[in-house]
Each structure stands twice: as C-alpha cells, then as structure tokens.
Design a protein around this ligand. Structure first.
Ligand code: ZN
Length: 502
C-alpha cells in the first residue's frame, strides 16, 4: 500500500516536472505556412535544427509513398536534419481523409511534447493545418440520423428554393449569419435554415455560444493550442511566379516524367484498358501534375511523347496550375487564418530575396519564437542566446469585425447580368476572364449602335486634339526658350570651369 502510494506520488512529481517544461495549457506549436516555393520547408528545417524541433508535414499528397518529385517531398539528407512525420507512409491505393490526418497528427504532437521538443507543422494543405489549429468541426442537431418525416419534407422544401430565395429567407431569420454567406453557397444557407427550424435557435447564436464557451469563432471552433504561433513565409507575386515556373523545369530535369509515367503505368493504365477514365479525383492522383500531363502520359505507347509540342503544353499547364494554386493558398490563409475573428498570431516573413534569408526570414523567425515562447521553460533554454531587445515584429493585422462584415457584402455586376460578387473579391472579378468576356460583348453591342455618333465624335475630338497640340507646341517652345535663357545665366560659369579642368 505504502509503496503504491509512494510510486503514485513519484509519478505525479514527474508529471509536474514534465508539465513545467511544457505546461499542459501552454504546449507550444509552431505552424509554418506559405505558398508552394515560398521557402516554408527551408524555414522549418532551419528552426528544427536550431531548437530541436520535429517536423510534421500537413500535406495531403505527401502522406503517400512514391511520387517524391511531383509531391515535393523533402530529400533523404533533409530528413536526416530532424525527425519528419506524416511523409510517405501510405499506399497510393488507400484513401486518406482530414479526419485521419487530425487523428494521426494529434497523437504525433502529443508524443513530440512528451519528448520536450517543438512540433513544427508545415502546410501544405491548408485545411489540414486548420484542423489542427482549430477544433472546428461544428456539431449541431439535425444530422441524418435524427431526421423525422416532417424534417425530411421541410428539407426537401428548402432544397427546392432558388439560391436567392433561400438566402432571402436566411436574411429574415438570421441576418448576422446570412451576412457571412455567399448567396450561391446554397448548401450552407440551407444548413443554417435547417438549424434554425430544427433547434429553434439561429446558427449565429449556436456559434456565438460556442465562441463564448471555448474561444471559438464565426468560422468555427476554438483555438486548440492557445500558445500556437503561425509564421507565414511570403514572397512578392512576380518573384514567386518565376520561382514556381523554374521549379517545374527543375522537377522535369530531376526525373518528373519518368516518375509520372511509372506511376501511370502501375495504377492508371489498367483503368484505361478496361475503358474507364483515369482517376484524377482521388488520393495522390489529385497532385498537380497528373491531370496536366495526361495527354503526355497516354501518348507514351505511340511514341508521340517525343513530340515536343505535347511536352511543352503539359509543362505549361503544370506551371499555370501550380501558380494558380499558390494564389489560392494566399487568399485562403488571409481569409481562414489571419482574418479569423478569434485566431492565433500570424507573423509575415518576407522571403522574396534569397540573399537576405538570414536577415529577413531566419533571424526574425527566431526572435518571434523567443518572444512567443519565452515563458516556456523547455524552449527558453535553447532560445536564450537570441537577443530580444531589438524585437519589433508584430503579428499581421487582422481586419476588424466591421471590415469582415464589409468584406462579405455583395455587389451586383451589371456587366455579368447582375451576378453577385463579394465586395472584397470585386477587384479580382473585374479582372477575371469571364467578366472581360461579357464586357467585350457588351462593348461590341454598344459600338454597333453608336458607330455613327462615335465616328463624328472622333472627328471632332481629333480636330480639338490638333488644335491643342499646336497650342501646346507654341507654349512649350516659349517655355524652353525661357528655361534656356535662365540656364545660360545660372550655369554658364560652371560649365566653363568643367571644360577648363578637362
Ligand atoms: Zn462582371
């Protein structure tokens, strides 16, 4: 009895000692985000080497075995720098969901904390990162299991509504939540209406309640690790685009084509032989590269793959897809992490110039780590030699709640037949191909009806222009004369001196 009691006390003391290192409520988690090619893997490696961290890849494609080049896996040498997790352990034939990722990763983070090391989550796939940063799976009544007959009828009636009418109905019952949804996001609009009719409570109230109870937000649940710190490796768009394009070329010289062909041979050819379409919607086949190189891959048998045209087009498609994905990632991080009403601190690091890596990325990152985790005794030992007196970096500013609401307001585009556009997306919309297409169409119509008028106007304005030009010419000739006289007076002697000295 005594012994049992003693050992229980001893293990409690041990637990206390460990939790003093990484206090249960203040378990550190470092998250590194950034677009493909921005430099997030390099930063993760540099930090891990410095502070004794372990890297967890939050990348939906890197969990699979094989395709190391196309999924951009870290090399064997890089994996020797520190332990890496969630990389290349799954057969390409298996499905892997966000729930699997969440379950596996939470276990890994817990183990890393027990080893008194810093878990560094590097993403990759942004919603995988989100599932770890936030406890965001919203559970309310009205799941399929408790559907009554009247519920089913009601849901069917709701589904029959047009998206505009459904959104209108939501504006009436829950204007706060309606302001956060795009009317076209009918699935979420209907879900919010269902929640209201089934629970008698507005979706916004459910969320507000969750938020006050546990630190959740409009978008979802609370921050899982209150002490987590997010670093966002950023890069000037033009530089990033160039880097991405060169990276694809580098992938090809490293053996991308062979890698894709072998994989295609093993997994997709059978489907094609059976008359099925190749599957690019599941698992690792969603990687950027497969769809883009499809015409090249199927051309292999007829030797047409040596056709430089097919290869060039596929390469161009891959570059473009990767670049578009990078732009999407940026938008997503801003929306779901930086501007999340209740979120974690996000620090931006500028990796545009690789020559300035230490000054602009690594050193600021270490300072952020020091200031963020200084109360964490387990980490403060390794962070001791970093001076903190010249620490100036502030987390990225969040839009205020009013800004967020504003950014979710809609504007109707007259050119695009009254299509509703979120205000914050307006700039992007008017630059979009679709809008420009409709704009040109509209312009042509107008041109046809006002051709004569325009011709006349052009004629008139040309005459005016000619008059203006001649007046301008006289004016500027007069001005030039004046300037030359002035210069001759002021600078005359100096120019003489210069001539003399030569
Ligand atoms: Zn438009």
């Amino acid at each position: 009895m005594q012994i049992t009691k003693f050992s229980a006390l001893k293990s409690a003391a041990l637990r206390r000692a460990t939790s003093a290192m990484f206090c249960t409520n203040h378990k550190p988690l470092l998250v590194i985000l950034g677009a493909t090619g921005a430099g997030k893997s390099k930063l993760a490696l540099d930090i891990a080497a410095k502070v004794g961290g372990e890297i967890i890849s939050a990348d939906a494609m890197q969990v699979y075995k094989g395709l190391d080049i196309v999924t951009n896996k870290v090399t064997k040498e890089e994996q020797d720098v520190c332990p890496h997790h969630m990389i290349g352990f799954l057969s390409p034939k298996e499905e892997f969901t966000i729930v699997d990722f969440q379950k596996n990763t939470m276990k890994i983070i817990d183990e890393i904390h027990k080893r008194n090391r810093l878990p560094i989550l590097v993403g990759g796939t942004n919603y995988y990162v989100e599932s770890i940063l936030f406890d965001f799976l919203l559970k309310t009544k009205g799941q399929d299991s408790d559907l009554t007959k009247s519920n089913i009828e009601h849901r069917m009636a709701l589904n029959d509504l047009s998206y505009i009418d459904a959104h209108k109905q939501l504006v009436e019952v829950d204007p706060d939540y309606a302001a956060f949804l795009h009317p076209r996001d009918k699935r979420k609009v209907i879900r919010a209406l269902e929640v209201f009719y089934e629970t008698g409570k507005r979706m916004s109230e459910h969320i507000a309640q969750q938020r006050t109870q546990s630190g959740g937000s409009y978008i979802g649940g609370p921050v899982r690790f209150p002490d987590s710190c997010v670093m966002w490796v950023q890069c000037e768009p033009e530089v990033l685009k160039d880097r991405i394009y060169r990276r694809v070329d580098k992938m090809i010289s490293r053996g991308l084509l062979k890698e894709l062909s072998e994989f295609h041979e093993e997994y997709n050819k059978e489907r094609l032989r059976e008359g099925l379409e190749p599957n690019y919607e599941h698992g690792i086949f969603q990687s950027i590269g497969f769809k883009e190189f499809h015409s090249y891959l199927v051309a292999t048998s007829s030797n047409a793959h040596e056709n430089p045209q097919i290869l060039a087009e596929a390469t161009e498609r891959m570059k473009l897809s990767t670049w578009q994905y990078a732009k999407y990632q940026k938008k997503w991080i801003n929306k779901r992490i930086v501007n999340r009403p209740i979120s974690v601190d996000v620090y931006g690091l500028d990796a545009t110039d690789p020559e300035m890596w230490d000054e602009k990325v690594f050193t600021p990152a270490m300072k952020i780590l020091k200031s963020h985790f200084k109360s964490n005794s387990g980490l403060s030992i390794v962070l001791n030699d970093i001076p903190d007196e010249d620490y100036h970096l502030q987390p990225l500013e969040k839009q205020t709640a009013a800004d967020c609401k504003k950014s979710n307001r809609f504007k109707a585009c007259i050119v695009c037949d009254g299509k509703l556009i979120i205000e914050s997306d307006w700039e992007g919309h008017i630059k979009s191909k679709k809008h420009k297409h409709f704009y040109r169409k509209m312009q042509k119509k107008l041109e046809l009806t006002s051709e004569i008028l325009e011709a006349r106007q052009n004629h008139l304005s040309q005459r005016n222009h000619n008059n203006e030009v001649s007046i301008e010419r006289i004016k500027s000739a007069e001005e030039n004369k004046l300037i030359m006289r002035k210069q001759a007076l002021e600078t005359g002697p100096i120019s003489t001196e210069t001539t003399d000295s030569i």
